[in-house]
Design a binder for this molecule. Structure first.
Ligand code: SF4
Length: 171
């Protein structure tokens, strides 16, 4: 980008910077979610900040503290009324993913946050066992990973989906 005049090529330089730093990621931006009151935007502060390369985007996996693991739906369009999602966000980062907007519920961006800020339900197997044992529970088909991929990269290390299947096989 050396030699480019920022005042004449602002959009081009912004795009080049973002793309360079986010190589391998699906989303090219990290716009604020629809519920946020404020949104940030990169700009030249006059001190050469745009010349500095952005840090590589690292994936962070955090604990999801949802109190239930089986999610119910009443949609007539779906062939199941309950599902389990071990993860929120997905590191695969497909740009067309319909789950992206759900990250806005967490105060995060459906853009790069969706694919780099992953929430894992570590206690999903134990929660599932409790929910299946509940006296009022009626057996029905459970869909796995309807929102985000249950076999995304972090599953290799955490094996939550594997443990969920193990619990289901016991019942
Ligand atoms: S949940 Fe599926 S569609 Fe969405 S990013 Fe992951 S692999 Fe792609």
């Amino acid at each position: 980008m050396a030699g480019l005049d920022y005042s004449k090529n602002a959009d081009l330089i912004d795009n080049l910077l973002v793309r360079e730093a986010r190589k391998g990621r699906g989303a090219a931006s990290n716009r604020a979610g629809r519920y946020e009151r404020h949104a940030g935007e990169a700009c030249d502060d006059g001190w050469g900040n745009l010349e500095e390369p952005l840090e590589k985007l690292q994936t962070i996996v955090q604990a999801d503290h949802s109190r239930t693991v089986i999610t119910r739906n009443a949609s007539p369009d779906l062939g199941f009324d309950r599902s389990i999602n071990a993860y929120r966000g997905c590191e695969h980062g497909c740009v067309y993913c319909y789950a992206r907007p759900t990250h806005a519920f967490l105060g995060l961006s459906p853009g790069q946050d969706f694919e780099s800020r992953i929430f894992a339900k570590h206690d999903a197997p134990e929660q599932l066992s409790r929910e299946l044992c509940h006296p009022g529970y009626k057996c029905r088909m459970i869909a796995l990973g309807t929102n985000t991929d249950p076999y995304q990269p972090t599953e290799r290390r955490l094996e939550i989906t594997r443990d969920i299947l193990s619990v289901l096989s016991q019942y």
